[in-house]
Design a binder for this molecule. Structure first.
Ligand code: APR
Length: 254
């Protein structure tokens, strides 16, 4: 039987990251991640060679105008992404990031719409650009539901009777989690930036809010311009560089 695959109940929040303050007396580690952290889980990045935006023009699938013009195309685009994410598993980088909680107060701020940080065990994850496993009402953006299954279809409606849309921040839309993320970064003692080209604002601007004493480490196989001095670059893949750094940080504690 065909029908909406939407559970009409509020979605679990991402561990209330908007109210996260960190524990007194513990070193606060903030992880700022992008598509590269999930690349070795088989999730495509956006701007590398063969990246998603080469195949799908942003203006056809990831803007409010695209949604108004051709919602079915937009829904199909995210259905394919969702299927890939459901099949994927966290990699060594996600697991090492979750493992940092053994020694530090950790908040993950991710631009990714996948749930691989949560599935690896991270407990405080703020999604700047939304979450692919959730849908929200087009009538009331506060009505968010989990998607039960892989697809969202025209005719899948919220409790108010309006069409559901992917719970994604599209280009040209406000990024409602920015103030919470800014507060978290501004209190960081250590900032790990991993797998992001820092090409998209306002997200990329967050790294400038780290306080002067904050140790900043970038893990990325490519050169990435981080608008700060004193940034250490571990030039390599997330699955190698992140566990290496996590071991280093955790061993300093013993
Ligand atoms: N390990 C670590 N980093 C990697 C790996 C890897 N295995 N493979 C690629 N990278 C790096 C690339 O070198 C690049 O710096 O990941 C980064 C990916 O950059 P983008 O594709 O631009 O992804 P991201 O920075 O997350 O994009 C930001 O743009 O289109 C929007 O909303 C989308 O959240 C996304 C935002």
């Amino acid at each position: 039987m065909k029908g909406p695959k939407i559970r009409e109940r509020p979605a679990r929040s991402s561990h209330a990251p908007s109210t996260y303050i960190g524990a007194v007396g513990r070193t606060r580690v903030v992880v700022f991640s992008g598509a590269g952290v999930s690349a070795e889980s088989g999730i495509r990045t956006f701007r590398d060679a063969g990246g998603l935006w080469e195949e799908y023009p942003i203006e056809e699938v990831a803007t409010p105008e695209a949604w108004a013009r051709d919602p079915e195309r937009v829904l199909r685009f995210y259905d394919v992404r969702r299927e890939a994410i459901i099949r994927a598993a966290p990699n060594a980088a996600h697991i090492a990031i979750a493992g940092l909680e053994a020694g530090f107060d950790v908040a993950v701020i991710t631009q990714n719409i996948d749930d691989l940080h949560e599935r690896a065990g991270s407990t405080t994850v703020l999604h700047l650009h939304g979450e692919i496993m959730k849908a929200r009402s087009t009538a009331d953006p506060t009505l968010v539901t989990m998607i039960n299954g892989t697809s969202l279809k025209p005719g899948d409606r919220c409790v108010l009777g309006s069409q559901l849309r992917p719970h994604i921040v599209w280009f040209g839309e406000e990024v409602p989690m920015i103030p919470s993320a800014a507060r978290i970064v501004s209190r960081a003692d250590r900032l790990l930036i991993v797998g992001t080209s820092l090409a998209v604002h306002p997200a990329a601007g967050l790294v400038q809010l780290a306080p002067p004493h904050c140790e900043i480490v970038l893990v990325d196989p490519d050169e990435v311009h981080v608008p700060r001095t004193g940034v250490r670059h571990i030039k390599g893949s997330a699955s190698k560089g992140v566990p290496q750094l996590a071991d280093e940080w955790l061993s300093e504690k013993t």
